[in-house]
Each structure stands twice: as structure tokens, then as C-alpha cells.
Write a protein that binds this ligand. Structure first.
Ligand code: PHE
Length: 350
């Protein structure tokens, strides 16, 4: 009941402050404090509360009622155009405006950034609208290469560059790889974490056309797969919890060789695939869950960034922010589009 009271308090005060004529203010008054008003109905629940909580709840009810009445009075005076000094009681308690919070995806981006910053990565952002060259060609995907079909793409109706091709809404954060090599004047070491919006023309319960990825890129002398694996395990422990670890499963990407899909051991059965009572774990596939792509940077990508692949090697990974966050919170979203529907009732929960 305490929570409900607080919710009602916030919504009532906001509503009152936004009501600008006296008829509507009267409706707001009736809707709150009238016979079947929201507040009146809530107060009726008081008698069903545990006896031990009644005194405190009673006090709270009075406090909220006072606040609402005060706000109504205040708003009445404002609407009537009375001068401030005629009605303002400087000794009256103030009204705390409702406080929002960052969107869950923003929270996730900040957490991911901090985790990689602790091991020396630099957070960067590269254009969401980019040239085909950065999104594809520089990543070892020539114009007619079938691998491009894996990255269904929105094209921009705009000028075409003779060297860089068409403009696209970038379908992945890998467009930042060669851009980062250029930013650092083709001189490793590189430790980049690029987190930006990406776009693909998909719209269903598990896809939104605009989503976020975080892309890591490390290039230096002597970088090998153990560095990739160590970094993945570090992230799994920091983001998901100390019992978590990853495995690399062979895969294919044009811009990495070898390429891997990164899996994480299931947080419920911890990789066993079975629960304590020997029944099959329903939360994973044989103990593992798929996180995203990774691999050792393809020599052609280093060449595109004017870095000598005979001297330098690197690894890269690119995962979806939304997907990774959902896996952590254990939030089972039937429809990922809820994240961007701006329904305050959904967002308030996080
Ligand atoms: N860009 C790939 C994707 O969107 C992920 C990836 C990034 C794979 C970096 C390997 C290395 O699916």
C-alpha cells in the first residue's frame, strides 16, 4: 500500500501542476478526492492492512492527502492569476517533483563501458550513417560478396562516393574497426570499445530495426586467441557474476579468421544442462547460451587500416547490448520492442 500511495502522490502532483483551467482542476479534484476518487478508494484499503502497519500507513495517508490538497489550492491560485505574495506560504512543505532514471539500455551501455575501461579500453562512437566502405569493403566484404546478405541493410538515398560507395545506416558496429585504426594514425596498440546504434530492417518479437551493439577491437604485437578468451571470461565474470565463463564455438565472419561465436555458461544450471533434481534445464541449450560474434582480425582488415599484418595481430568482438542485458537480468521479454515503446509502466520497473 505504501508503494501505491507514493505512486498516486507522484501522479497526482504531476497532474495538478499540469492542469491549467479551473474546470479541469475541479475534475482532477473529484478524480482524486471525490467519493469514488483514486485517493478515496486507496484509503478504503487501509482497514485491510495488518494491524501493526496501520499507524504508520495512517500517518502516510494524511501526509499525502495534505500534500494533494495543498497542491490543489496552489494550482487554484495560479489559475486565478493571484500574485505570488498573496497566496504563497513560505513555511509550507515543498513539492518534490517525480524523479526519472536512465533508460535500461543506457544503464547497460554505461556498465559495459566501465567494465572495459577498467582493462584499458577507450570508449568511442563512430557514425551511425556511414559509407559502404567502412561497413563492408574495409571488412573484407567486397561489393558482390554473398556474406553481405547476412547484414541486411538500410541504404540512404544520397550521393555516392566513387571510392567509398553508397551511404548506409550501419548494420553493425564493425564499421568502427578501420575508423579506429585511422584515428590512431595506423599505430597500435589499439584497445577500442565502440558502442553505438545499429540498424537492420527487421521488426518482430525478437528484433527492432534500431538496436545497439558494443564492439571491441584490440590490435598489438603478439595478440592471440588466449587474449580474446581471457577478455571474454573477464567480461562474463564482471557483467554476469563470478561463476560465469565463456566458450568459443567455431563460426564464420568475413572480417575475422578464425571466427567464433561466444557462448556463456547458463546462470541457472552453471553449464551442466541439468538441474539438481536431474531434470533438463529449461533456460539454456545443454548448459550454454549464445552471446555474440568474435574472432581474430583478418589480415585484410588490418591492411585496409594500413597496419602491417606481419607485425601486428588483433581480436575483435561485436555483441548486441539489448540481448546481453536481457540475459543478465533474467528478464524474459516476450517482445523486445517493449524496450522502445516508451511505456512508462514498463520502464519504471528497472
Ligand atoms: N559484426 C558482427 C555482427 O554484427 C559481429 C562481430 C564483430 C563478429 C567483430 C566478429 C568480430 O554479427
Amino acid at each position: 500500500m505504501e508503494k501505491e500511495l507514493e505512486k498516486l502522490r507522484l501522479s497526482a502532483l504531476t497532474k495538478i501542476q499540469h492542469t491549467l483551467d479551473s474546470d479541469s482542476l475541479n475534475d482532477v479534484f473529484l478524480g482524486l478526492l471525490g467519493k469514488s476518487g483514486q485517493f478515496t478508494r486507496l484509503v478504503k484499503k487501509l482497514k485491510d492492512q495488518p494491524t501493526s502497519e496501520k499507524p504508520n500507513l495512517g500517518k502516510l495517508v494524511n501526509k499525502v492527502k495534505n500534500e494533494i490538497e495543498l497542491a490543489l489550492e496552489r494550482q487554484k491560485n495560479i489559475i486565478a492569476g493571484k500574485k505570488l505574495e498573496e497566496w504563497l506560504d513560505v513555511t509550507a512543505p515543498g513539492i518534490k517533483p517525480p524523479q526519472g532514471h536512465l533508460h535500461i539500455v543506457t544503464q547497460a551501455i554505461e556498465e559495459i563501458t566501465r567494465i572495459y575501461e577498467r582493462i584499458g579500453f577507450t570508449r568511442v562512437r563512430y557514425p551511425e550513417i556511414d559509407w559502404e566502405w567502412y561497413a563492408f569493403e574495409s571488412l573484407n566484404m567486397p561489393r558482390s560478396h554473398p556474406a553481405r546478405d547476412d547484414f541486411e541493410t538500410f541504404f540512404i538515398d544520397g550521393p555516392t562516393s566513387p571510392t567509398l560507395g553508397r551511404m548506409v545506416l550501419t548494420p553493425h558496429t564493425s564499421n568502427g574497426q578501420v575508423r579506429e585504426m585511422e584515428r590512431l594514425h595506423h599505430k597500435p596498440p589499439i584497445r577500442m570499445i565502440n558502442i553505438t546504434k545499429c540498424y537492420r530492417p527487421n521488426w518482430d518479437v525478437s528484433h527492432v530495426p534500431m538496436f545497439h551493439q558494443f564492439e571491441g577491437l584490440v590490435v598489438d604485437k603478439g595478440i592471440n586467441i588466449t587474449h580474446l578468451k581471457g577478455t571474454m571470461d573477464y567480461f562474463a565474470r564482471e557483467f554476469f557474476g563470478k561463476d560465469r565463463k565463456t566458450r568459443l564455438r567455431p563460426f564464420h565472419f568475413q572480417f575475422t579468421e578464425p571466427s567464433f561465436e561466444v557462448d556463456i555458461n547458463c546462470g541457472i544450471c552453471l553449464g551442466k544442462g541439468k538441474l539438481e533434481d536431474e531434470t533438463t534445464c529449461r533456460f539454456c541449450k545443454d548448459g550454454w547460451l549464445e552471446l555474440g560474434g568474435s574472432g581474430m582480425v583478418h589480415p585484410n582488415v588490418l591492411k585496409a587500416g594500413k597496419i602491417d599484418p606481419n607485425i601486428y595481430t588483433g581480436f575483435a568482438f561485436g555483441w548486441g547490448v539489448e540481448r546481453t542485458y536481457m540475459m543478465k537480468s533474467g528478464t524474459k521479454l516476450d517482445d523486445i520492442r517493449l524496450l522502445y515503446s516508451n511505456d512508462i509502466r514498463f520502464l519504471e520497473q528497472f
